[in-house]
Design a protein around this ligand. Structure first.
Ligand code: HEM
Length: 348
């Protein structure tokens, strides 16, 4: 008996059906990498899971042991420095890729009817990705991560109604204490990654149900937009992106390996407290306004982002201007980049 008939008797799944199921035609514009950016965070997430599991073999989430275990990974464990640096760089690239993917979806208006719910799923993915970055940064238990987490918890305290509760849930008390690190750890290594996996599953299911948005380009024939096969053509594009990313990641990890700052000292506030780069924009915003206004306006902006497909529809109806979202998007991008660069450039 041949291997294939042995297998098909034990796993009675039709190869033809499986091929049909995985081989949806994809619009031609997905050949351009800018349009296929959704696969990039998915790929980097897998890198995070693999390197994260290996780091967890050594990491110990308690105030007395956390810093020393990260130092051990960085200085002594075999290839520990490389794994830690890959994990750090893949986190940076994943967050950048999610933002760029969201921008392409935004500027091509691919969130409009009937894909509104998938935009909401995407926004939830953005929030989970940012939270995973924040909790991961806090695990090292160095001065900046300790004080960054303390500042973040105090900011959350300023949120009306739920803020105080969120702070106590995050810290396991009124302030950073011996239970805090294990909370960050379980969120970072279990709760958030599981949520991301479930959300990506629903996100992809929606993409399969709706298909990717058809876009028309001037250099394409008028009558039909043109499609190509997911398998093997699009898969090859994704694999090529994956290979380039792996080389890039490896080069970044080797040339700019992850380092360690001074260990956390709850009695000494550092002169300069900075979050990770992806929170620079909200940190600068906080410094520009009073705490209450900054927190409320940030909440308002995030809520508007979640509801954007419906806000956009209403704005288009009222103004009659189809491209109003492009105009708003350009202003928002300038603000995002401007505030981030500003925060990066100055100490206070
Ligand atoms: C972990 C994060 C994410 C992953 C892995 C992911 C994955 C993907 C993939 C593979 C696609 C297919 C088309 C493409 O490659 O661009 C896609 C499309 C889409 N994504 Fe995401 N995504 C993520 C985050 C987001 C975010 C943050 C948003 C927006 C808030 C979003 C909204 C959408 C929408 C509306 C589509 C449909 C686009 C179309 O029909 O052209 N996604 N996503």
């Amino acid at each position: 008996m041949g291997i294939s008939s042995w297998l098909s008797e034990r796993i009675p799944v039709s190869g033809v059906q499986l091929r049909e199921l995985t081989n949806e035609p994809v619009p031609n514009h997905l050949k351009r990498w800018w349009f296929a950016l959704g696969g990039t965070p998915a790929y980097l997430f897998v890198v995070q899971i693999v390197t994260g599991i290996l780091l967890a073999f050594y990491y110990q989430p308690a105030p007395e042991t956390a810093y020393e275990s990260v130092r051990h990974i960085t200085d002594e464990a075999v290839f520990g420095w490389y794994l830690r640096s890959l994990h750090k760089w893949a986190a940076t690239l994943m967050i950048a890729a999610v933002i760029l993917h969201q921008m392409r979806v935004y500027f091509t208006a691919a969130y409009r009817r009937p894909r509104e719910l998938n935009w909401v799923i995407g926004m939830s993915l953005l929030m989970c990705t940012l939270l995973t970055g924040f909790t991961g940064y806090s695990l090292v238990f160095e001065q900046l991560s300790y004080w960054g987490a303390t500042v973040a918890a105090n900011i959350s305290d300023a949120v009306p109604l739920l803020g105080g509760f969120a702070k106590r849930m995050l810290l396991g008390g009124e302030q950073y204490n011996s239970h805090t690190l294990s909370r960050f750890y379980i969120l970072h290594a279990a709760v958030l990654p599981t949520t991301i996996i479930l959300l990506v599953g629903v996100h992809i299911a929606f993409i399969r149900l709706h298909g990717v948005t058809e876009l028309k380009f001037d250099d394409e024939p008028e009558d039909k937009p043109g499609h190509f096969n997911f398998f093997p053509d699009h898969l090859l594009t994704e694999l090529t992106i994956g290979l380039v990313l792996m080389i890039l990641l490896s080069a970044l990890a080797t040339l700019f390996p992850a380092t360690m700052g001074p260990p956390a000292d709850p009695n000494t506030t550092p002169e300069v407290i900075k979050p990770e780069w992806f929170f620079y924009v909200s940190f600068r915003w906080l410094k520009l306004f009073s705490l209450t206004f900054a927190v409320l306006s940030t909440g308002f902006i995030v809520a508007a982002m979640f509801l954007w497909p419906w806000i956009d529809a209403a704005l288009r109806k009222i103004t009659g201007w189809e491209d109003i979202s492009v105009f708003i998007g350009i202003i928002a991008t300038f603000l995002l980049v401007g505030l981030t660069v500003w925060e990066a450039a100055v100490a206070h």
